[in-house]
Design a protein around this ligand. Structure first.
Ligand code: ZN
Length: 435
């Protein structure tokens, strides 16, 4: 039987089908734990040990518990809410060969073949006119609505030898329905009607949307001993969940402010108004630290801050072990992974790695080290962007996982609880340099 924490994580994954929904499910957790929402267009009155959160553009969230005031500086855990996938175009409807399909763009770098032959649906946000105002509505269809069927092997004889090659324009539009005729074609108004009836509004109220396909199959555990988590969006919603649990799991007073930042748009480089490269987290830290301008509280506080950037790490794949550096092949359920890259695709330094390793030692959690195979280009994450934007030490960590960016990824069950244990300890520990 999975522990309550693992069950909670599976529910979080199922609820959080898009970045918008990830923010909604995070918000409901924060509200249950007594966190108060603040708005960026208002003045804030922050009290010692007070618990607050801010949402920017519905898809990024920062939440924090104020320190007692004994120490300045921030303890920050960063993660991201978005996942690669297929996003619906504005002129969404494609009528072809008797089918109605949706035109889609590829967001980020999904393993495209994994999106074929899956039971897909549609979710995101829709902008509507309501009471003379533009209003955002979260949208999620729970119906299995869409499918990207593969070509039969009889028509593509070489597919098993050459691999499934997908043209992003022509091979990805998912099929929505057959309900279209020459006299009565399914058009953009029909699509708007579908959205409107799901949202309980009039078709004329629908303005625009940011909708994406999602896999309707629920997250679950697998393996002989249920040692694997299998789901979409493990990268990076498991780390969002771990950060949330670490922040909300223990309300005792802490000397320093504990902050989590769940950014959008990591998968496309973080360069948006609520991505890690934006002013989002810096603006919040500024308000927390710079209580009396002129005394350099912000700069002094930043100099006393530390960030853990948590994102997926590549577990060694038994069928492709040659793609891993043999000295840095990390395994599932062997503990959190510290990610190192000499060119700072990961922000880890010897010192930030030592701080994280000490945190793991403090709570008896094993730790692993990952370096990308030297003859392969290394991916990156929010760590280096946060280090650049804030000028604070950052360690890039994560849990080992397989099939990163597949529609259905795999990670280790007990790694998740270990990561929560370490992040919780990070927030509680008075001095991260203490051994
Ligand atoms: Zn990621």
């Amino acid at each position: 039987m999975p522990s309550p924490m693992i069950k909670d994580m599976l529910t979080f994954l199922d609820k959080s089908v898009t970045a918008f929904h990830a923010v909604l499910s995070s918000e409901s957790e924060l509200q249950q734990q007594g966190f108060v929402r603040l708005n960026e267009n208002e003045a804030w009155e922050l009290k010692p040990s007070g618990k607050y959160y801010v949402i920017r553009d519905e898809s990024a969230l920062a939440a924090w518990q104020m320190g007692t005031g004994e120490r300045s500086g921030i303890k920050l855990v960063g993660a991201h809410t978005d996942s690669p996938g297929l996003h619906v175009k504005p002129n969404a409807v494609v009528n072809k060969s008797g089918y109605v399909q949706l035109g889609v763009e590829v967001y980020g770098g999904p393993l495209l073949a994994s999106w074929t032959d899956r039971d897909l649906s549609l979710a995101g946000r829709v902008i509507i006119k309501e009471d003379n105002k533009l209003v955002i509505k979260a949208y999620r269809s729970d119906q299995v609505l869409l499918r990207v069927p593969q070509l039969a092997i009889h028509l593509n004889r070489e597919v098993n030898d050459k691999g499934l090659l997908l043209n992003k324009q022509t091979h990805l539009p998912p099929i929505l329905t057959l309900e279209t005729t020459e006299e009565n074609p399914f058009d953009i108004d029909s699509f708007k009607s579908m959205l409107a009836s799901d949202l309980g509004v009039e078709q004329s109220q629908i303005m625009n949307w940011q909708l994406e396909c999602y896999d309707t199959q629920a997250a679950r555990l697998s393996g002989l001993n249920q040692e694997f988590i299998v789901s979409g969006r493990i990268d990076n919603l498991t780390m969002c969940h771990a950060a949330l649990k670490a922040l909300t799991g223990d309300a005792s007073a802490r000397a320093q402010t504990s902050l989590i930042a769940l950014f959008d748009n990591e998968e496309i480089g973080s360069g948006t108004s609520n991505g890690a490269a934006s002013s989002f987290v810096r603006d919040i830290i500024h308000r927390i630290l710079d209580k009396d301008g002129g005394k350099h509280e912000l700069q002094k506080g930043l100099a006393d801050s530390f960030c853990i950037s948590a994102d997926g790490a590549h577990a060694v794949h038994p069928n492709y072990s040659e793609f891993h550096d043999p000295e840095h092949a990390v395994e599932m359920n062997k503990g959190p992974v510290i990610k190192v890259n000499a060119n700072h695709r990961y922000a880890t330094s010897a010192m930030s790695a030592s701080i994280f390793e000490q945190l793991c030692q403090d709570v008896d959690v094993p730790v692993q080290r990952y370096v990308h195979k030297t003859d392969l280009p290394c991916g990156s994450t929010i760590g280096p962007i946060t280090a650049t934007g804030l000028g604070i030490p950052v360690v890039d960590v994560g849990n080992a996982m397989l099939s990163m960016h597949s529609i259905r990824e795999t990670a280790g069950t007990s790694d998740h609880e270990m990561m929560i244990k370490v992040l919780s300890h990070f927030f509680r520990k008075d001095d991260v340099l203490a051994v």
